[in-house]
Design a protein around this ligand. Structure first.
Ligand code: C2E
Ligand code: MG
Ligand code: MG
Length: 811
């Protein structure tokens, strides 16, 4: 757009000249040809008059008769000091109005001097003084005519310059836009190098423009043109230097050497000019000198680099400099030999080619990375956009919150309860729609520097800023209301309940870590020490939970060592047969004998290891010990009781879970009929198919299996009928709260007992502490009892004594 604007602007300015469309330069031929060389005393013909170094020549001509007010004399001046006078009266001295020395040294392109009509027929004298900078003065390029017509003619003569200007400016602008695009994609390395390359191109465009007669059309003041021309020319190596500094890869070595030499040379030239040792125009020669120097550098670097690598970029960079060098050499040749023409032309063209080559090689390289980046971004976008809600994914959220502080922030986990059921009833599409609507409503309620994402499984994560817990409590209430509004809007007929779990982000060490935040928040739900806000159904993780966590972590860290040090031991709690009071079996229960703290009860460590999945280590350790105990009893000639071991819910999902038991049984050679496994009812119902398979495997090796804690959570009698358990252990909760005195309790126990019996299941009553409970259970037909009434869990030796006393019921 900017490029198009520039073209319209520049070409529009040219069209302006065509207002006076007819060229009316008065008597150009006769005026151009009527010049007399004063010293030679004869008329000068041809194109150029030779003015050798440090000499002056004077030319005269007669101002034509039809000179009117609007007529100007226009002289092409290539670095001469020219004074124009009419009948001895100076009417113009080149460069007046600017520093004399500067003006004299630089000359002008076209010098346009107004001619008063009073000068008609009078003698016009031009004094041309050479300060040893050029060769010849061209009298063919002295025009006479109306101002606009002269200007227009000059512009026409500058078409090539103009095209060069437009072209290089366009390249520069397009490159600038491309560089900015790279910055948007964070390709900063390429951005900087291409940014300075674009500035280099734009600056070159300005230089061409200021050097052309096009600018003269607008600004006749030579001082402004000089300034613009020299400033832009000297800025070229500066941008080149920046480009080199920012250039990625080993090309910088090549560019660096060349540009540094260029800079150094120009600096020396400027200093020499400042101390009056060198005319300024010689600085143009310094460019050529630099270029000659660069030829050597190029050859040396070429040899060095191509010897080691076949880097195409180095090759094209060197080729670009070689072109510049060639152009500069031609210009240098022109400087000394040509007559009055613009001697920097070849340098300018080669500069364009040089720039183009640098641009093409750099753009090509950056494009490769740019495309890679775009592909990465595309995939990243896919990874960042959640398809269900159209919002942020967990990954995006994680990256975003990592940049936010922890102080004053809370992580909030919101999930829709029973979402699976809602999903089944309403259909997946409707549910996704609801979740999307909730997401949007939540998102709208966010403030600056707050984030949200879909965590999956009908849960959203929010990172919210709040000064204290009361504020976050208020936000929860609002979010809960928003959910209900969405439910109404989406015309959902079911009740949709939400649960919030919160943790202050401050609990995190440095930057927020989503996994940890989520763990903490969700742990609040299970942690008895967490705060609970009923109105929002929200659990809040706090420092007390944190202390608990540390304790848990401590246990986790110590487990392996404890197993190795035999701190985890097996205690046995007998199960007493109600028929004859003998010991019919026993349950193996883990105890952690800590050398410092003493006995740690399973209630303290089992849940910790169930949460982190390490429980199977304990289970297997206990199982192996049980196998060894049974073998020991057999080897001592004793009949062992059936020993049951607990299997944790967390362990059964592991792939070859039961194989580990089979391997231990095989390794120890224990007879499987003395083994029983206890699986809790929640384990059984939640993993129905898996449990069926495990039960089959247990029966296959010849061991038994009982359902533990029956009645503790929700019981499913029909599932119990299909699952192959041998026994059911009625949970202690059946017998607490008034059994057998309370008739309703009694009815419940009796009914359950009958039901279980009808399914041919052996019934064990757990947690029996009182005699009346034992008596009632005996009447109700319960098979055995495990409870403190008879015995608490005890170490092996004590258990052996207990069995001796009570007698063992043979299987
Ligand atoms: P559980 O498998 O239901 O074991 C029975 C629990 O009830 C044992 O608690 C036992 O001491 C307790 N108990 C038995 N009779 C009475 C009674 O009359 N009154 C009271 N108040 N309690 C009674 P313990 O040993 O503290 O174990 C608690 C739970 O820890 C076990 O419940 C079991 O789920 C788990 N556990 C224990 N050892 C292991 C193990 O090696 N592996 C696994 N996975 N879990 C284990
Ligand atoms: Mg048990
Ligand atoms: Mg139990």
């Amino acid at each position: 757009m900017a490029a198009v604007m520039a073209v319209i602007l520049i070409s529009g300015s040219c069209v302006k000249g065509k207002d006076n469309i007819k060229l009316k330069i008065h008597e150009p031929k006769s005026f151009t040809s009527g010049w007399k060389d004063v010293s030679a005393g004869r008329e000068v013909g041809g194109t150029a008059v030779n003015i050798p170094g440090f000499s002056t020549k004077t030319f005269t001509n007669i101002v034509p008769q039809d000179v009117s007010d609007n007529v100007y004399i226009c002289i092409w001046n290539s670095n001469f000091h020219i004074t124009a006078s009419v009948n001895g009266k100076v009417i113009s001295e080149m460069g007046s109005g600017i520093s004399r020395r500067f003006a004299e040294e630089n000359g002008a392109l076209w010098q346009i001097i107004p001619l008063d009509y009073a000068y008609r027929g009078q003698v016009l004298t031009l004094t041309v003084e050479n300060r040893n900078r050029t060769r010849s003065f061209n009298l063919d390029k002295v025009y006479l005519g109306p101002y606009n017509d002269i200007q227009f003619e000059l512009v026409k003569g500058s078409v090539f310059y103009f095209l060069e200007t437009v072209f290089i400016l366009l390249v520069g602008i397009v490159l600038l836009v491309y560089a900015l695009l790279l910055r948007r994609y964070h390709l900063m390395e390429h951005f900087y190098s291409l940014f300075f390359l674009s500035l280099l191109a734009i600056d070159a465009g300005i230089w061409f423009f200021s050097n052309s007669a096009v600018l003269q059309y607008f600004i006749s003041s030579p001082s402004i043109r000089y300034l613009l021309s020299y400033l832009s020319f000297y800025l070229l190596p500066v941008f080149l230097q920046f480009f080199y500094i920012e250039t990625p890869g080993n090309r910088s070595l090549v560019l660096g050497s060349l540009v540094t030499a260029y800079m150094a040379w120009i600096t020396v030239a400027l200093i020499l000019y400042r101390v009056n040792l060198l005319p300024l125009s010689i600085s143009i020669i310094t460019v050529h000198a630099f270029v000659m120097f660069s030829i050597f550098v190029i050859i040396i670097l070429c040899l060095m680099h191509f010897h080691r690598t076949h880097d195409r970029y180095i090759f094209w960079t060197l080729a670009a400099f070689l072109i510049l060098t060639t152009g500069a050499l031609i210009s240098l040749y022109g400087f000394y030999t040509r007559t009055g023409a613009d001697n920097a032309h070849a340098f300018r063209i080669s500069f364009v080619l040089f720039l183009l080559l640098l641009i093409v090689t750099n753009v090509k390289e950056s494009m490769k990375e740019f495309n890679d980046m775009r592909t990465v971004l595309h995939y990243k976008q896919l990874a960042y956009m959640d398809p269900v809600t159209g919002g942020n994914t967990r990954l995006y959220f994680e990256e975003k919150i990592r940049k936010l502080p922890t102080t004053g922030y809370y992580f909030l986990h919101m999930n829709i309860l029973q979402f699976k059921i809602i999903n089944q009833v309403l259909g997946r599409e409707k549910c996704d729609e609801l979740l999307g609507a909730i997401y949007k409503a939540f998102e709208k309620s966010l403030r600056e520097n707050e984030e949200i994402c879909n965590l999956g499984n009908a849960a959203l994560g929010l990172y919210l800023a709040a000064e204290n817990e009361e504020h976050i409590h208020e936000r929860c209430r609002i979010l809960k209301t928003l959910v209900q509004q969405c439910v109404l809007e989406k015309k959902i007929s079911m009740i949709v309940n939400t649960q919030f779990c919160i943790t202050p982000a401050l609990e995190q060490a440095d930057a927020p870590n989503l996994n940890e935040l989520q763990d903490h928040a969700l742990m609040a739900r299970l942690n008895p020490l967490a705060i609970y806000w009923q109105d929002a159904n929200c659990y809040v993780y706090n420092r007390a939970c944190g202390a608990q966590l540390i304790k848990d972590k401590n246990l986790e860290d110590r487990l392996d060592l404890a197993i190795r040090n035999h701190e985890i031991v097996t205690w046995l709690q007998p199960k007493i047969a109600l028929a004859d009071g003998s010991v019919c079996s026993a349950e193996a229960l883990a105890r952690w004998i800590d050398p410092e703290k003493g006995i740690i009860s399973p209630g303290e460590f089992i849940p910790v290891f169930e949460r982190n999945g390490m429980i199977s280590k304990i289970d297997l350790c206990i199982f192996e010990e049980v196998c060894n105990m049974i073998n020991q009893w057999i080897s001592e000639g004793k009949t062992p009781p059936v020993i049951s071991v607990n299997i944790s819910k967390a362990a059964i999902r592991q792939d070859d879970f039961f194989n580990k038991y089979v391997r231990i049984a095989e390794k120890t050679g224990v007879p499987a009929e003395y083994l029983e496994f206890e699986l809790t009812e929640s384990t059984a119902y939640e993993n129905y198919d898996l449990i069926r398979k495990i039960l089959e495997e247990i029966h296959q090796i010849g061991a038994g299996c009982s359902m533990d804690d029956f009645g503790k959570s929700y019981s499913n009698i029909s599932a119990l009928a299909t699952l192959q358990f041998n026994a059911v252990k009625m949970d202690k909760s059946f017998f607490d709260d008034g059994f057998p005195m309370d008739s309703r309790r009694y009815q419940l126990v009796s009914g359950t007992m009958q039901l279980l019996k009808s399914l041919n299941l052996e019934v064990v009553a757990e947690g029996i502490e009182k005699k009346e409970q034992v008596d009632s259970l005996k009447t109700l037909g319960c098979d055995s009892i495990q409870g403190f009434y008879f015995a608490k869990p005890m170490p092996q030796k004590q258990f052996e004594l207990f069995v001796e006393k009570k007698k063992l019921r043979k299987i």
